[in-house]
Design a protein around this ligand. Sequence first.
Ligand SMILES: Nc1ncnc2c1ncn2[C@@H]1O[C@H](COP(=O)(O)OP(=O)(O)OP(=O)(O)O)[C@@H](O)[C@H]1O
Ligand SMILES: [Mg+2]
Length: 422
Amino acid sequence: MDHFSLVYDLCRAALGGDPKEAKEVVKKLSVILAKSGEADDAALISRLLKSKNGNGERRAVAFKESLASTVEVFELPGEQLHVGGHIPVDRESGAPLAEIIPVAQLHSERPMLGAALEGAVNDLLLEWQNARSLASLGLTPAKTCLVYGPPGTGKTRLAHWLALQLQVPVILVRLDGLMSSYLGTTSRNIGNLFKFANTYKAVLLLDEFDAIAKLRDDPNEIGEIKRIVNTLLQELDARRAIGFTIAITNHPNLLDPAVWRRFEVQLETPIPDWNQRLAIIGAFLPPLEVSEGKLQLLSWALDGCSGAEIEDVIIGLKKSHALEPNELTFVQRLTRISFAHGGRIKEEKRLLLASDVTSLAVALLEQPLFSQARVAEALDLNRSTVSRWAKLKQEKSELTDGDGTADSVCDQPEDVEKAAGS
Ligand SMILES: Nc1ncnc2c1ncn2[C@@H]1O[C@H](COP(=O)(O)OP(=O)(O)OP(=O)(O)O)[C@@H](O)[C@H]1O
Ligand SMILES: [Mg+2]
């Protein structure tokens, strides 16, 4: 048989599953066929070679694209955690040391944190979604995160949301509860708890983390307390190689540098600013709908409030709408609500809300973020009225050399023109 050695090589390459070798043999066959005058057969084989090369390239591109579109969700090590399973208890009191929050019961809404903090949270998630790429550089995603900020600023909600993104349950521990009145028991509790947490695929959420600092300050039993704190810090260090831990505190100033150092990521949830307030109000308002001006009036009134306080006031507003749908104007309703939430809404805002509409309008016009159109919308006034008041105020302040006060800008009650139907 002509070219038997070539056919033999081809069979060997095909059976050995080596495409590179097979391609070389096929190339040789094409050259030999061409040399021996069998041009058509040689061309046929050349075309076959080219088409196979093309397919290979297309496959490579498709593979790369599929890699890019695949989110590599990092697999936490450990067994699946089921609710109702064994949870370690405090030997003295019999109280469970932790609470399990299954994935289905985690807060599913992402808290509104403001652009900068949301960027930092996204970066943390990006680390988890690209754990394999990090591993190729010898790096691992951050596994310890401290969330700190004033009460009601969304710390717990953020921790839940992070666990939800990882699709794992939360093992919630209140550090205060872990500290037994018997110091010896406390060390054992810490050991048992971490052993339990390290066994399962879960986020360990240590709430009231500042309890560790309170312990340190206790003048009694200094030696034993130091040992307990060290046990906790060692357990935290060891867990870093195993699972994800989030610690939460309202009192970051109580934590000393040794504790701060333990946390790769440190997220501060602040009291919301103007834009964050607008976002939080917008999230809690539905199904109630209000104009942009009224949304801004709410954001102005809720200055200094935490997310939780904003939520409470908006719930009050919705209740008022449900109970007295038409009787009150928006400002009258908000004024009542503000006095029912005296501890949440600043006195200065409450008094302005309760004063005459002119003073309120002028106070709002002084805010750089309020345009005349928005003030008119917020207070159900004609735009021309607001613009007249703004002009009067301007003239008055020029006359008094920048020392004019707002209260006598307009003292004619008939100047208050309600916008028809607004
Ligand atoms: N930034 C926010 N975005 C949306 N909702 C928020 C925000 N901050 C607080 N809330 C709402 O306030 C309530 C309390 O939030 P959360 O429990 O997360 O606060 P916290 O910071 O953990 O408070 P605490 O320090 O008292 O434990 C929740 O119902 C949450 O929906
Ligand atoms: Mg909380």
